[in-house]
Design a binder for this molecule. Structure first.
Ligand code: F6P
Length: 342
């Protein structure tokens, strides 16, 4: 078979580990041939490719980002997009695609499956918000980066008797904030899943100062105060209709400074959470996803996504992957609340 591989959406550590596993097993075990599509769905749409053999995947296991490039291109938003993809795949002699992506990339994969394109999906996102898998790769690395930042912020916050607000990514799911906040010993964690009362947050901050330590407040970029007003830098939507989040940390620090009379500063971790080398957990998960994805392609089991269920890799319908956003359940948030303000 001649198989195309693409990576779409926000990049994350572990993408190269998947590509390597797919190509290594696909060539050495099954004797397939590969074509790398550049920049997500833009590759099949414009017919832009790069060579993808064993030589091209050597040394990429620990490398962050993606050797194929990525984009948030949505072919369903482009006139004749699907027809272009189909004709380019036919012209390049592509029998099947491995699409590595999150909600949006896999949403396109699910729709293309219904239109007769042979696709197998691999779930990636630092946000860990895909319903059909216990974990996505990239999440563990992002959490570790944020945790390390919080560890460092504790000591500087204490030296200056300040509140430090740490804004983390995660879009509409609070997984990164919850895990990084718990692992880093944050004194308040604010998630998109539950609106927060800024007066109560100020109360936690005061309480923490009374212990002679300084508060670290972890806020997810999608968290919102009680009045429900979304705080964003920019209201422009991307091709999948997402608003660019960010700005809540700055707003919150100002509020806390006013309410507590103590200096408050903000650290926005931003894309640092997505860059650099993957953790061992993410390398192993990404590699296992890649090995199982090429098995699915080889068996002709299309329209599926590989997923982690407990410690096993299973196959689920692509449509299930994007049906529902996996958000933090209330009981997980309640666990973390024990540490707030103390
Ligand atoms: O989905 C991954 C993610 O990093 C989100 O956490 C964040 O909201 C978004 O992507 C940022 O996207 P961009 O790469 O367009 O800045």
């Amino acid at each position: 078979m001649r198989i195309g591989v693409l990576t779409g959406g926000g990049d994350c550590p572990g993408l190269n580990a998947v590509i390597r596993a797919v190509v290594r097993k696909g060539i050495s075990t099954y004797g397939h041939e590969f074509v790398g599509f550049r920049d997500g769905w833009r590759g099949p749409l414009e017919g832009t490719t790069r060579e993808l053999g064993i030589a091209q995947v050597r040394g990429i296991l620990p490398r962050g980002g993606t050797i194929l490039g990525s984009s948030r291109t949505n072919p369903f938003k482009i006139d004749g997009g699907v027809e272009k993809i189909k004709s380019n795949l036919a012209e390049l002699g592509i029998d099947a695609l491995v699409a590595i992506g999150g909600e949006d990339t896999l949403g396109v994969a699910a729709k293309l499956t219904d239109l007769g394109v042979n696709v197998v999906g691999v779930p990636k996102t630092i946000d860990n918000d895909l319903g059909a898998t216990d974990y996505t790769f990239g999440f563990d690395t992002a959490v570790n980066i944020a945790m390390e930042a919080i560890d460092r912020l504790h000591t500087t916050a204490e030296s200056h008797h300040r509140t430090l607000v740490v804004e983390v990514m995660g879009r509409h799911a609070g997984w990164i904030a919850l895990h990084a906040g718990l692992a880093g010993g944050a004194n308040v964690i604010l998630l998109p899943e539950r609106q927060f009362d800024v007066e109560q947050v100020a109360g936690y901050v005061e309480k923490r100062f009374q212990t002679q330590y300084s508060p670290i407040v972890v806020v997810a970029e999608g968290a919102q105060p009680l009045d429900g007003q979304m705080v964003t830098h920019n209201q422009e939507l991307d091709a999948f209709g997402h608003v660019r989040l960010g700005g809540i940390g700055q707003w919150l620090a100002q509020q806390l400074e006013e309410k507590t009379g103590k200096e408050a500063r903000t650290v926005v971790l931003g894309h640092i959470q997505r860059g650099g080398t993957p953790t061992a957990f993410d390398r192993v998960l990404a590699t296992r996803f890649g090995l199982h994805a090429i098995d699915a392609v080889h068996e002709g089991d299309f329209g599926k996504m590989v997923a982690l269920k407990s410690t096993d890799i299973v196959r689920v319908p692509l449509a299930d992957a994007t049906r529902e956003l996996k958000t933090v359940p209330v009981e997980r948030y309640t666990e973390a609340e024990v540490f707030f303000g103390s």
